[in-house]
Design a protein around this ligand. Structure first.
Ligand code: HEC
Ligand code: HEC
Length: 281
């Protein structure tokens, strides 16, 4: 009997021992990617959270351990650096990763080792380069639930505020997304849609991922709904639209010059002037 207990505990404990005892670089990289990579890069720019390159030099290790363990506990305790970061990142909550101090140290070591090597960074390429007003409209309908998601995920309006051009505007369950595109960037929002890092949203889209074209349409809509982005004239009219615009402008110029021409050839003032002269004489 005892032998079985020993055997079972060996089977259960051994794999755990080997996996947590090993701090090989592939393990550290996988750990970082799965727990932090949705929101952070090391030397490849800001995503949802700051670029972590060089963070070991910026912050004492003790602070890092506490912050990564529970950033919100630190914000609530009033730690000035944590509060400043939280404000800077538009009050985006970094969730507690639920990992041990040893794992956090493994991740910190991985960050330190990769902080200098940003040379391999590949620049993010926008998927919205040729997105037009149809994409924005499609995104608006997906967002509001006028069109269902192919894999059955809930519409965004179920949790988020209605955005410009929609009928809903009262305070809703989750954050208003009106400024998300500016604060998170296209890459940040895309990452969230493909792999939501927020537990409630993640659960809602579990096994119901968005299709790439749905993500693209939502991105186009969110970009357009962001006043700061709209000011940059983000929505490029299609070529047809452009052509009609040019034709319209050309015909208006013709009409106005014709009007101008006839106005000049039959000057009202001149007629009155002539009549006046005649009546005086
Ligand atoms: C859901 C997105 C998200 C995830 C996942 C996430 N973080 Fe963060 N992280 C943030 C945000 C946002 C901030 C900025 C501070 C804030 O808003 O609270 C931040 C800040 C930090 C900071 C402070 C950086 C500085 O410049 O001082 C460190 C360190 C950090 N995160 C490490 C981690 C590590 C390590 C993991 C994985 C175990 C992780 N984060 C997972 C979003 C995230
Ligand atoms: C089940 C509820 C739920 C649904 C459905 C949902 N979200 Fe979220 N979303 C959340 C929660 C919770 C957060 C975390 C921020 C907060 O607490 O409000 C969030 C955060 C976000 C953020 C980050 C906001 C920021 O500026 O930090 C984006 C972007 C976002 N959601 C987009 C969407 C889009 C687009 C859809 C539709 C495809 C969607 N969400 C559907 C609950 C939801």
């Amino acid at each position: 009997m005892n032998r079985y207990v020993l055997l079972i505990s060996l089977v259960v404990v051994l794999p755990n021992l080997t996996s947590s005892g090993q701090t090989g670089s592939t393990d550290a990289s996988a750990l970082f990617q799965s727990k932090c990579g949705i929101c952070h890069t090391v030397g490849k720019g800001r995503l949802v959270g700051p670029d972590l390159a060089g963070v070991n030099d910026r912050r004492p290790e003790e602070w890092l351990l506490k912050f990564i363990h529970s950033s919100q506990a630190m914000v609530k305790s009033g730690d000035p650096d944590a509060v400043a970061l939280f404000e800077e990142f538009n009050k985006t909550i970094m969730p507690d990763p639920g990992i041990s101090d040893t794992e956090i140290k493994t991740i910190l070591q991985y960050i330190a080792e990769n902080s200098g090597a940003s040379g391999g960074a590949t620049a993010y390429e926008s998927v919205l380069a040729d997105a037009g007003s149809e994409e924005v409209e499609h995104g608006r309908k997906l967002y509001n639930g006028n069109i269902a998601f192919a894999n059955g995920g809930p519409s965004c309006i179920a949790c988020h505020n209605g955005l410009s051009g929609t009928y809903f505007s009262e305070k809703s369950y989750a954050k208003d997304l009106g400024a998300s595109f500016s604060t998170l960037g296209e890459q940040g929002v895309k990452g969230i849609l493909e792999n939501p890092p927020f537990p409630v949203m993640a659960r809602a889209f579990l096994n119901k991922p968005l299709l790439p074209e749905e993500t693209r349409a939502l991105l186009a809509f969110l970009q357009q709904a962001d006043p700061q982005q709209a000011a940059k004239a983000a929505v490029k009219p299609g070529s047809g639209f452009m052509l009609y615009g040019l034709l319209g402008a050309a015909s208006l110029i013709l009409v106005f010059s014709a009007l101008w021409y006839s106005r000049k050839s039959k000057s009202v003032n001149h007629a009155i002037y002539k009549r006046q002269i005649r009546s005086i004489n």
